[in-house]
Write a protein of this length. Structure first.
Length: 199
């Protein structure tokens, strides 16, 4: 009977989060594109648990109002405004790989990444762009444990790095046969006296 009860408990455990917590602290709350985002995930455990990874989840989401026309089936149309949602940019910087946490554990895990994509924070009646981050403890065979979500402000525009290739050529200079002025070998007329170069 005890064994059957333990089997049911271990089955139900798969659907419940372990008694653990994660909190997130950032180096600042406002960023520009290209800035380094640094933070610390503080993890506690009240029971033994196998962790697959400790990570942050960074998201840039857009919410946009769109006008949708719907046919009434009789040749007419009605319109309505609907909100659509999409994720523009996402990244999951890892703070730790697999680890076993014992009951009573408390530890801090630093992480860092760069703000390298997405769009600036924006809000209007028609469209909003929001940035948010949360901490996550990935749990083996059970639901993940997450921290409260922290909103962020991101300004500026993503920068694209362009590189120019500079080609250097050696230019051979020759003297004019008439006045002695040096000029490039590729030229056919002396820039000083105007004499034609003899080939």
């Amino acid at each position: 009977m005890l064994q059957e009860g333990q089997t049911i408990m271990s089955f139900l455990k798969r659907f419940t989060k372990p008694k653990s917590s994660v909190s997130l602290r950032l180096n600042k709350g406002a960023f520009n594109f290209g800035d380094k985002l640094e933070g610390i995930l503080t993890v506690t455990a009240e029971e033994e648990v196998d962790v697959t990874e400790i990570r942050a989840e960074l998201r840039c989401d857009e919410r946009r109002k769109e006008h949708v026309s719907i046919s009434d089936g009789h040749g007419g149309y009605t319109g309505s405004d609907q909100w659509s949602n999409r994720t523009i940019y996402s990244e999951n910087p890892q703070a730790s790989g697999p680890i076993h946490l014992s009951a009573g554990y408390r530890g801090e895990f630093p992480f860092s990444t760069n703000i390298g994509g997405g769009q600036p924070s924006y809000a209007s009646d028609q469209r909003t762009v929001t940035w948010a981050i949360k901490g996550v403890i990935g749990i083996k065979g059970r639901p993940d444990v997450t921290s409260p979500i922290i909103g962020m402000q991101v300004a500026g525009m993503p920068t694209t790095v362009t590189t120019e290739k500079i080609v250097e050529r050696e230019v051979v200079m020759i003297p004019c046969q008439y006045c002695g002025t040096l000029f490039p070998q590729t030229a056919t007329i002396c820039p000083k006296c105007g004499a034609q170069r003899k080939v």
